[in-house]
Write a protein that binds this ligand. Structure first.
Ligand SMILES: *Cc1c(COP(=O)(O)O)cnc(C)c1O
Length: 412
């Protein structure tokens, strides 16, 4: 009989979002009227329409495909040159960072890239993640067999959880033990925290000293407003030897449903092949792409490239400004209640410490029942998130304003 991948059996049933959905369903059945006025501030999905620049480019690409001369079949697996070069130029070279076009790999999402990247690493690596964490990093490592069993609290044996607390500004301390692959996400989902140049420099130094690889998730870099905060790990000297960066058009260009993202693998990033022999990862990632992927659609890549035009950039700035204004409105409302609020300045997520002694789920239930607002319980992102909750700024202005006024009316 065929056997299955037993590592999948270690996975805890996706607990967070199904449990939110269950509680919302129970509430809705019991209180249909209140449910009609429910505001969802829990999801990490964008709400505003696709930029016109991207839509126009995709319309034109469809028409082009309808002609014999303009038809496109299979494209390059790693992405079309027009998009790779636009990214390398606008996101890196124009900002003074060294980057070759062929160090950019176009994909259908950072979520997939984050899981797929594990294909090119060996089995014995020690993995470190931030706690609270974007759960994709953990679950993909469980599936790949890089962990032991789950503990009572939902953490896994064999993973190093780097605690992010109010005391360390939600930027983890450099570990004292050796870890080989380190996931960093800044601006962070769920805490909204950013890392300073000095903090990132310390991580790059650690990685270079120990031969570790940093997997740097910069999905929210476009939301950074503070000019001192790095947008890319490659702003840190030495990072081209030890860091892989993930970026996505999902949150800046509203592409969550359109699907386009990219990975940056500098040719100088090396890992150990045999004891004593290090080799570049770039050819492995290239090989993985050409073997297991047939590329993102031409239409989508045209749409993504249009985000780098003058009009596209103006529209992206407008979208981000809109969401960040929501963040400000929501931040102020929470602060006015006397609660400690973090994030929401360089990221579209607001991370709130609940009243003393309240668990994340208790706060979730109170907000659902008392003001019909759905938030995300912090404990769902890891043990260090207990007592916190996340509010997403991805909403219409109207809903953000209404949510803010209801939060202000709550007696905490
Ligand atoms: C939304 C998000 C992404 C983007 O994922 P896509 O698959 O590109 O839509 C990546 N990382 C984090 C932490 C996110 O929240």
């Amino acid at each position: 009989m065929a056997t299955l991948n037993t590592h999948y059996l270690k996975l805890k049933a996706g607990y967070l979002f199904p449990e939110i959905a269950r509680r919302v369903r129970v509430f809705t059945e019991a209180n249909p009227e209140a449910a009609a006025r429910m505001i969802r501030c829990g999801i990490g999905d964008v709400t505003e329409p696709l930029p016109l620049a991207a839509r126009k480019a995709m319309h034109e690409a469809v028409d082009e495909m309808g002609t014999p001369e303009g038809f496109h079949g299979y494209g390059p697996e790693q992405g079309y040159e027009f998009l790779r070069s636009a990214i390398a130029k606008h996101d890196y070279r124009d900002r003074g960072l060294e980057m070759a076009d062929d160090e950019i790999f176009i994909s259908d999402g950072s979520k997939c890239d984050g899981g797929n990247i594990l294909d090119i690493f060996g089995k014995g690596n020690r993995i470190a993640v931030m706690d609270p964490v974007y759960t994709v990093y953990v679950d993909t490592n469980v599936m790949a067999g890089h962990t032991g069993e789950a503990n009572e609290d939902g953490s896994y044996e064999g993973i190093s959880y780097l605690e992010c607390t109010a005391e360390n500004g939600f930027v983890p301390e450099i570990p004292t033990e050796r870890v080989d692959i380190i996931y960093l996400c800044f601006p962070n989902n769920p805490t909204g925290a950013v890392a300073s140049r000095d903090q990132l420099t310390a991580w790059v130094e650690y990685a270079r000293k120990h031969g570790s690889i940093l997997l740097y998730d910069a999905a929210y870099e476009a939301f950074i407003s503070d000019p001192a905060v790095p947008h890319s790990i490659y702003e840190i000297p030495g990072s081209r030897e030890c860091a892989i960066e993930f970026r996505s058009f999902s949150k800046n260009g509203g592409f969550t449903g359109t699907r386009c993202a990219f990975t940056v693998v500098p040719k100088s990033v090396m890992a150990l092949a045999l004891e004593g022999e290090s080799r570049p990862l770039h050819p492995l990632w290239h090989r993985r792409f050409t073997t297991k992927f047939n590329g993102v659609s031409y239409l989508t890549q045209r749409g993504a490239a249009a985000l780098y035009t003058e009009q596209g950039r103006a529209e992206v700035s407008g979208l981000i400004a809109g969401y960040m204004h929501n963040a400000e409105i929501l931040r102020e409302a929470v602060a006015a209640c006397g609660l400690q609020v973090y994030g929401g300045v360089n990221a579209p997520y607001i991370w709130v410490k609940g009243p003393p002694g309240a668990t994340s789920w208790e706060i979730f239930d109170r907000m659902l029942n008392e003001v019909n607002i759905v938030v995300t319980p912090g404990s769902g992102f890891g043990r260090a998130g207990e007592g916190y909750f996340r509010i997403s700024a991805f909403n219409s202005r109207e809903k953000a304003l209404e949510a803010a006024s209801r939060i202000r009316a709550m007696v905490w």
